[in-house]
Design a protein around this ligand. Structure first.
Ligand SMILES: Cc1cc2nc3c(=O)[nH]c(=O)nc-3n(C[C@H](O)[C@H](O)[C@H](O)COP(=O)(O)OP(=O)(O)OC[C@H]3O[C@@H](n4cnc5c(N)ncnc54)[C@H](O)[C@@H]3O)c2cc1C
Length: 432
């Protein structure tokens, strides 16, 4: 009798666990479907850059790829197979590929041949122009780790050519940009005993320098030439910048700052690189310019005032202020949220379209909460007409709107250095 009771109890418990699991599984699948329907009108379901590529013939639909993604719902499982839901959020961590039990996922790019904004490069990062290389984010692949790997790869290829410059006015390699890709390339040049120069328009460190204060930088372990491994998977912005600053000092990297390169031309066998009034000559060039480009401007009266900024690095600085954020992408929305979190700010966000498109779900949800509580005031279909010392004027469908203002943050993207690349002869997708 007792044995029968234990048997029954086990059966009931087993059934309860199975039913619970089944209901949860079913709900999750339904959420993925709804999420995809939600996201389609925003076009985020179409990849722009790196994203998971799923081999449907192998995929078992277990969903471990979707669960593990640190960026949210890049993937989901629909009709028993993994599918792209929000590939625009993918930054290439590759966790999905690592956990897939049947290796059905690889991280790849949209077809480069069809993308007019992606330069064509080979496995050594070399462009169609022989001895001209593109590394890091400029090539379309994000993440610090990838930039470091590509900087090494390009310089290893350059060093495999045994000829060295014998003219001290000609460098073996000029590296343009001192972000992670440029610093890694410089370390590799030191390691291979190449003559080199790094030309950087601002200061060494690249995009990391512009991350918000104390931002957690996610990293997959990667090895830098001479220095060794960056082992941890998380660093703060300040920690990782300090590492790069120490590297520059310890290895006395030949970086010249405040050098904005405006022209790269191959003339016979050498490259001419022009920055301001200076001209440099090199046998090889590594472009490590990133994709931030030059921030787009509003081109309105009053924009030159110091109260206008093109990025927000430390929201804590702004308290008790009237603030305007201009733009409708993730960086604008993140800036508005960070400012609204501070004490006594009035934050207005001006966007030229009728609603926000293409923003991350996490940002969209947070924004909704801040709008609902009145901490962020959105003004859609609006354009900045004028920026004065204590106010700004927006053009809206209802007419001119004047609002009090202490600071303006213009987050409307940047212009890529494509002109310089095309001038150097670099081919892009769709042109080959
Ligand atoms: C908000 C944000 C968060 C991110 N978080 C992470 C994260 O957590 N983990 C991660 O791995 N990655 C993250 N990334 C991505 C990472 O920052 C980039 O992939 C990486 O910085 C690319 O390195 P890079 O060297 O190719 O370019 P960059 O870091 O952009 O460096 C390019 C350098 O080139 C210089 N330059 C540009 N044009 C010229 C010119 N004409 N002349 C001279 N110099 C020039 C620039 O001043 C800059 O210093 C994030 C990016 C952003 C925007």
């Amino acid at each position: 009798m007792e044995a029968f009771f234990i048997y029954e109890l086990t059966l009931v418990l087993g059934l309860a666990i199975f039913t619970g699991y089944f209901v949860k599984f079913h709900r999750r699948r339904q959420t993925y479907r709804m999420r995809l329907e939600d996201i389609r009108p925003t076009y985020r379901d179409r990849p722009l850059a790196q994203h998971p590529i799923i081999d449907e013939t192998l995929c078992l639909g277990c969903g471990s790829c979707a669960e593990v993604c640190p960026e949210g719902e890049v993937l989901g499982v629909i009709h028993g197979k993994a599918q792209l839901i929000d590939p625009v959020s993918c930054v290439g961590h590759g966790e999905c590929a690592k956990v897939c039990p049947v290796s059905a996922i690889t991280i790849g790019m949209p077809d480069r041949q069809l993308r007019a904004d992606l330069p064509l490069i080979d496995e050594w990062q070399q462009t169609n122009v022989s001895r001209l290389y593109i590394t890091g984010e400029l090539g379309g692949i994000s993440l610090i780790r990838n930039a470091i790997e590509q900087g090494k790869t390009a310089v290893a290829h350059i060093a495999s050519n045994p000829h060295r410059s014998t003219d001290e006015r000609v460098q073996d390699v000029v590296i343009i940009g001192a972000g992670p890709a440029g610093i890694s390339a410089a370390l590799a040049a030191e390691q291979h005993k190449l003559s080199y120069l790094v030309l950087e328009q601002q200061e060494a460190g690249g995009t990391i320098r512009h991350f918000p204060r104390q931002k957690l930088v996610m990293n997959r372990p990667v090895s830098l030439p001479l220095y060794g491994k960056l082992k941890r998977t998380e660093y703060t912005k300040e920690e990782i910048l300090k590492i790069f600053e120490d590297i520059v000092a310890r290895y006395q990297l030949n970086i010249i700052t405040s050098q904005k390169v405006s022209l790269v031309r191959k003339e016979k066998k050498l490259f001419r690189v022009v920055s301001g009034n200076s001209t440099y000559w090199a046998r090889h060039v590594v472009l490590a310019l990133g994709r931030r480009g030059t921030p787009n401007k509003l081109n309105v009266p009053g924009e030159a005032q110091p109260k206008v900024a093109y990025q927000l690095t430390d929201a804590r600085y702004y308290q008790g202020n009237d603030l305007l954020v201009v733009g409708g992408g993730d960086s604008a929305v993140e800036a508005a949220i960070a400012l609204a979190r501070q004490q006594n700010n009035t934050v207005t966000i001006s966007y030229r379209k009728e609603r926000f498109y293409r923003i991350k779900r996490r940002n969209a949800e947070l924004l909704e909460t801040f709008i609902a509580s009145g901490q962020i005031i959105p003004v859609f279909n609006s354009q900045v007409r004028e920026i004065a010392k204590a106010w700004v004027v927006l053009d809206t469908p209802a007419g001119a709107l004047q609002i009090d203002n202490d600071y303006v943050f213009v987050c409307i993207g940047g212009t890529m250095p494509f002109g310089m690349l095309r001038g150097a002869g670099v081919q892009f997708g769709g042109e080959a």
